[in-house]
Design a binder for this molecule. Sequence first.
Ligand SMILES: *[C@@H]1O[C@H](CO)[C@@H](O)[C@H](O)[C@H]1NC(C)=O
Length: 294
Amino acid sequence: MHFLVGAAILVLGIASSSLGTVLQSGRAELDNYDLRIQILHDLLAVECPELDYYKKSRPSKRVLANTEHGTILNADKTVYTRLYLQLVACRNAKRAHIRHTTPKPTLLPRTTRRTTLKPRTTKRTTPKPPTTKRTTPKPRSTTRRPTTTTVDPNQPIECREAETFTEPWRLEHNGQDIKGNGSHNYNGYACDLHADTRWFRFGGAAGNRLLDSCPKYKSCGSLYPLWSDEPMPTKVGVVSTIKMYAVVGNNCKKAALDLQVMRCSPRKNDYIYVTAKPSVKKNYKCSDAFCGMK
Ligand SMILES: *[C@@H]1O[C@H](CO)[C@@H](O)[C@H](O)[C@H]1NC(C)=O
């Protein structure tokens, strides 16, 4: 089994437990199924685009009379079950097919918060990703892209050695589904959560800081754009840990991850960032990328 951000963990966790679970009905549950189906739909669109069935996009939110809930809910459960089984079958087929060539994409570390959708009775059956600890910044690789930012020699060492993200797609916040590619990308969707991630800043065409408002799903060169509206540190040279969020579907804060931030100078937006718990899995792939802003 593999992971597609918190969403996949969530979906599979729910799916494996909910097929036989009787849940209370009502609008909330319908919305819940709407979102689950949307997530499965999106996963299938990415992982199994060859299946025509899943290319259809779902209609927008339905307006229902109360009496229709039961009927629609049953239909949704059926659709959900079918989508889930298709996803499992598709993944199994691919796994069998590529076992000897390509590693599975894997995503978020275990710190992902799943607050909204999980039924209380859910028993999670997904395996734990390995826990990883990072203590000191990694040694610098000489193969990194050069930075064009001028840095003050009196700045903290992390600031002087941070890399600069300059890709223009980091400023695309409207869900244009642009594939940023790059190392560790999953199906072309840019990946910023891999093990060799290090301190970075935004510069040039990528803006000058991490986006502070919710982007649309499928923005910023990836499937799950990362952003944060948390307060930024005010003291120079002090590492703070804040939450960053992955957008999945209409949910701006579907997954919460730790992000370390340091202010490099009193200048406005002079920050560097590093993922607190990147994945250290071999041949890791993900579809989560940082959004910039100007
Ligand atoms: C990513 O790769 C695809 C396929 O090679 C290409 O069409 C696309 O333009 C690339 N994206 C960017 C942002 O360069």
